[in-house]
Design a binder for this molecule. Sequence first.
Ligand SMILES: [Zn+2]
Length: 469
Amino acid sequence: MPQDLPPLVDSHCHLTWESFDEDRADVIARMAEEGVEQAIVVATSTANALECAALCEAHPGLYPTAGIHPNDVPDDVEQALADLDGVLMGGGFVAVGETGLDYYRDNTVPERQQQAFRHQCRRALENDLPVIVHIRDKEGSWQAFDDVGDVIEEFPGLRGVIHCYTGDPAHARRYLAAGFVISFAGILTFPKGDNVRESALAVPIEETLVETDAPFLAPVPRRGKRNEPSYVAHTARSLAELKGLSEADVRRITTRNARRLFRLPTEETAGPPTYAIRDSLYVNLTNACDAKCTFCPRTHDEYEVKGYDLRRAKDPRFEEIVAAIEDPTQYDEIVFCGFGEPTLRLETLKQVAAWVKERGGKTRLNTNGHADLINKRATAPELVGLVDSVSVSLNAQDRETFERHCPSAFSPDGYTPMLTWIRAAKAAGLTVVCTALAGLEGVDMEACKRLAVEELGVGWRGRTLSEVG
Ligand SMILES: [Zn+2]
């Protein structure tokens, strides 16, 4: 690419499609040639979301979403949405979608599409993620465009993008007013794209994204070919011409817009995979957590711990983590903590722990005790020999007090599974210490200590609220 141009983000592509099976690695490598540093790999179903996550795990610069496309909402919509919730809970996704309304095809009735769309908007809002919206109408009708406006306006505070925009300026203005941004694809470059160009002129560049929607809709001069993320440069050039801006302007501004919406890390804001406090090294395995504890800073969208900004848009890979640890013996212990629940990434946790143990280091796991709930199996025996000690946030002497402070998204009862896990960990031979925070409403520290020491037969450490990390 021309070296002095700012990088680009392809805000929407489907790189898991089978049309990329032959040469996916080449397609991804070509992104760099055009300066496309990052791309959002968009899911169309829950099963596809897992494929997107696996692909993105292997490629820095790619970020997965989880959602159900309006054309792929199955008959058993309740089950499909429950499955999606489970996958979203695992964390690591930068958006919910693509969802939306498609009245052009009628393989799914509008009512079912709307139910799935509303559900995904709600989940996006709850998880503080943007939602990716697809809209397609029957020829000459604006029903889907109107209905999308109605739905997103039901969720004040919801962020998102209307992708591959094909509507008119009036509807675009309605979505902008609801807090959404608008994304333009290759249609912008088509000879017959006058209506799309008219809308692009009506949307301020500060609220505009560019995308490919690859493998579909390749822009001129690649029209009719399979589309791929590197071609987003053509759309950016065309937008620059249309708006009387330079290519550099469009790249700089749309990239900033995309990074803001999806909270993509940049070199400066990637967040460290590890961070040292006192003589211990903490591993920031994930920002995701299945619990929303009232006292946890991340519940309040704060990600700073002891002077470190721990926000990460992407969970660090094994290679990244061990490169940051370098030599485990220079620390008292390597602690799996981060700002989320480490056992959401059990496989990577075990891999890193094994690597640390092989090199003579010591390991500790800080957990909410939900590993079995999350991984749907008995996990404690798997940690034997890998984790020297486990610190579990007991947090309360009874279930009722616990649920008030630590509601779990997985289960109406996060307390009983935690106690079960503590017993299993002790039975497996792990060294377990329970902790609780002094000063929380209703928490009886003495009762917590009795429960830990006398009933569960494990260690105890009381902590104060200010002592995060
Ligand atoms: Zn799409």
